[in-house]
Unconditional design. Sequence first.
Length: 129
Amino acid sequence: MRHCRSKIRSERVTPHLTRSFLGIPPQLRRTLTWDRGREMAEHQAITAETGIPVYLCKPRSPWQRGTNENTDRLPRQYFPKGAGPRTFSQADLDAIVHELNHRPRKTHGYRTPAEVHADLLNSGDALIT
């Protein structure tokens, strides 16, 4: 999670998302499904730079975003009503990300996202097409 002090605008978000996605090992870069927020108005540029196809969900169809809808509630435990990421320091945001990535999830068989990610990186055939 990166600190964003200004309103979310696609021209500001796109370079940060692109840089973050390029930091993901190529064998784990498959697709990205996003809601229809205006921050993804330049999704074609992200696809062109990263090779990751971006799919946008239909309005009022949260089931198209898989486990994202369930995962969304986790950061909300750290941000009181009315407070968003902008009210926290980058160190606070980094600590929240670390805690969430090391928290067991039922969808991962009670393993942490960090463990699942490490297993994918260490497997010889991790998602290779």
